[in-house]
Ligand binder design. Structure first.
Ligand SMILES: NC(=O)c1ccc[n+]([C@@H]2O[C@H](COP(=O)([O-])OP(=O)(O)OC[C@H]3O[C@@H](n4cnc5c(N)ncnc54)[C@H](OP(=O)(O)O)[C@@H]3O)[C@@H](O)[C@H]2O)c1
Length: 193
């Protein structure tokens, strides 16, 4: 996210998934010439690659909201972190979607159900919540164990906030990791509730 807490700029759509000026948020994924061991789409500096490559093998499933799925056109059926099952929380199953090497499950009975199914499939590995509205609902319901952030050197000013709609109650965190990457600071917190 940007330093001021946005994960996308204004006017996010299929032509600019991260909104106006938002592409720089993910600049760290293209910060060098080191491909991830798991994915050669992203080319990173060594410090960023180390963080990324630690994250991937520990991830057993991901949960996303339908807006992101639609904006990125379902990643053409193949999420850049290929093979990991993705659960999409939505009010309605899509009529059509592209299928390739990412197993998608559309969940229409809420975030807790999606999380439960993802935990089962992940088989002991981490379940990553990949989009703001789902992360917010999980935070509010006390369902997050860890918050992992990649903060880019950018003040965006407006757009889609990560920490929005999470209520008024303070949520205490314990700092677990701070890594100074290239064009990014990687942060990890344990959620104490
Ligand atoms: N910077 C990054 O790394 C990053 C990563 C991911 C996403 N993003 C950005 O985040 C933005 C999208 O985030 P967002 O928070 O607006 O949307 P989102 O989380 O991607 O999706 C929200 C949608 O999911 C469905 N949904 C959510 N909760 C639900 C529930 N409890 N029951 C049923 N359906 C539910 C609804 O869609 P329906 O009503 O249509 O079913 C809702 O409109 C985009 O700009 C995207 O590019 C950025």
């Amino acid at each position: 996210m940007s330093l001021d807490g946005f994960v996308a700029g204004v006017d996010d759509n299929q032509n600019q998934p991260l909104g106006e000026g938002g592409e720089a948020i993910q600049g760290w994924l293209f910060s060098g010439d080191q491909p991830s061991r798991y994915n050669d789409f992203f080319k990173m500096s060594e410090s960023n690659r180390e963080v990324f490559d630690e994250f991937i093998p520990n991830t057993g499933a991901m949960v996303f909201g339908r807006r992101t799925f639609d904006i990125v056109n379902g990643w053409g059926g193949s999420h850049p972190i290929s093979g990991i099952p993705i659960f999409v929380v939505t009010h309605e199953q899509p009529e059509h979607f592209q299928e390739n090497d990412t197993p998608f499950t559309f969940v229409t009975d809420g975030v807790e159900s999606a999380l439960k199914q993802a935990i089962e499939v992940a088989d002991g590995k981490n379940v990553v919540i990949g989009t703001p509205s789902i992360a917010q609902q999980c935070m509010k319901a006390g369902l997050l164990d860890v918050i992992q952030l990649h903060v880019s050197p950018l003040v965006l000013g407006n757009g889609v906030r990560l920490f929005d709609y999470i209520g008024d109650a303070p949520i205490k965190l314990e700092s677990q990791q701070v890594t100074d990457g290239t064009d990014v600071v990687h942060l990890q917190y344990k959620v104490l509730y």
